[in-house]
Design a protein around this ligand. Sequence first.
Ligand code: ADP
Length: 254
Amino acid sequence: MPIIEVTDLQKQYPLPENKSEKFYAVNGVSLAIAQGEIFGILGPNGAGKTTTLEMLEGLNDIDGGVATIDGISVNENPYKVKQVIGVQLQANEYFDNINLEELLSLFAALYNSTIDPMTLLAKVQLEEKARAKPASLSGGQKQRFSIACALVNDPKVLFLDEPTTGLDPQAKRNLWELVQDLNASGMAIVLTTHNMEEAEQLCNRIAIMDHGKIIAEGTPQELILEHAPEPPEAPLHGDLEDVFLVLTGHGLRE
Ligand code: ADP
């Protein structure tokens, strides 16, 4: 059974130019994501990726359709769903007088979790930063710390919204490795990205969204085979003599 099952998910928002009318920001999205998959949602700005994730995370009301995570209905039981998911938010602001270890202890207490903060910091390669304040971290370290925060409840599913946007190439690769490590322990990971290389390298399967709908879905290989244009014809080589030879079986100058 898939760990995430989504059928005909919908969300409407008022039209920016005419607030009395609505449009579908998410218009009938259906997905089945298996435990242990890294699933990528790709699409241009405004496609509905974040809104889809927010509904699955219980952070935004579902207007239509149904979603279950680990057999729990997101429509009926969004609070229970929060116990089995981890959510890394795009922008994280932390209390700045508290160091990383203390912050993780605080989050763990909020979740009634007994997880050891230092074990979590080790998992995201930030043990040596245990006494640092969040403001002193680099972009990549901040992203890894926000993933550590999302792991305090030992989730079965981790949601990452554009986890590598703005990171330098090395920090991006470190983050990919972290995602792969977490996934190797069986966690399902759902991420949004604009980065095609990231989608191709990291994701087992991808859904491409546009205008609130999924317009293509499959493994990166399947999508390339099905939708990428044919490679250009091989450049011409040889000359008319070759043509003559092939057609007649003997050369002009014989
Ligand atoms: P993506 O994550 O793919 O960039 P979003 O899910 O953020 O797309 O947005 C989908 C559409 O919904 C966009 O047109 C966006 O402007 C609109 N939208 C998102 N959030 C709101 C909101 N709270 N109120 C009104 N419109 C919104």
